[in-house]
Design a protein around this ligand. Structure first.
Ligand code: E4P
Length: 215
């Protein structure tokens, strides 16, 4: 399973990118709004060093508007993936983007049937939202497993991005459940890095080394 970072913050993306763990970036209107910057400028900045998929979401609710917006986003860099909401209008836009050779990420997926429809419309990626399902008392991980099974059984090549990841266990479970990618906030990457025994081990090695130098 690949790791994408779910942020529009360049320092966070750079920090994770420098560790060699990032295969792509996802953004959404809420994440971009937090940055208080011009959206297209920020995408130019991100795509200047991220070579994998960078998802940029459209705001229009009608297919024509989504296609217009998406074409401009895709012009920014060849690795822009246009993020489209899981609606009938969104699927019409996905179909057009497919014909235009523009990659798409269908977002706000909350059921296996939505994922199947998005895949059949030609989506490159589908994004089931784990955390938001957990928030309403439904099992987001079951959804990942269902989608992975359906896509596997029917030879569907659309990739599954486990989204709305809230903590490291979501990442492990998404990987075991068959997600191709997990997109996560930088905070979760930092949590994944840490283990108390690693810290204690480093401390011990350094102390032993120092003591040996004293003779
Ligand atoms: C995915 O692409 C979304 O940007 C994201 O994962 C949403 O997560 P949230 O539910 O924590 O806002």
């Amino acid at each position: 399973m690949k790791i994408f970072i779910d942020t529009a913050n360049v320092s966070e993306i750079k920090e994770a990118y420098d560790m060699g763990i990032v295969s792509g970036v996802t953004t959404n209107p809420s994440l971009v709004a937090k940055e208080n910057v011009d959206f297209h400028d920020r995408l130019r900045e991100i795509t200047s060093f991220v070579k994998g998929s960078v998802s940029a979401e459209v705001i229009s609710t009608e297919a024509d508007g989504m296609v217009e917006e998406g074409k401009k986003l895709a012009d920014i860099a060849p690795n822009i993936t246009v993020k489209v909401p899981m609606t009938g209008e969104g699927l019409k836009a996905v179909k057009e983007f497919k014909e235009l050779g523009i990659k798409t990420n269908v977002t706000l997926v909350f059921s296996a049937n939505q994922a199947l429809l998005a895949a059949r419309a030609g989506a490159s990626y589908v994004s089931p939202f784990l955390g938001r399902l957990d928030d309403i008392g439904q099992n987001g991980l079951d959804l990942i497993a269902q989608i992975a099974e359906i896509f596997g059984l029917h030879g569907i090549e659309t990739e599954i991005i486990a989204a709305s990841i809230r903590h490291p266990m979501h990442v492990t479970d998404a990987a075991l459940g068959g997600a191709h990618i997990a997109t996560m906030p930088f905070k979760v990457v930092q949590q994944m890095l840490k283990h108390p025994l690693t810290d204690a081990g480093i401390e011990r090695f350094l102390a032993d080394w120092e003591n040996a130098q004293k003779g």
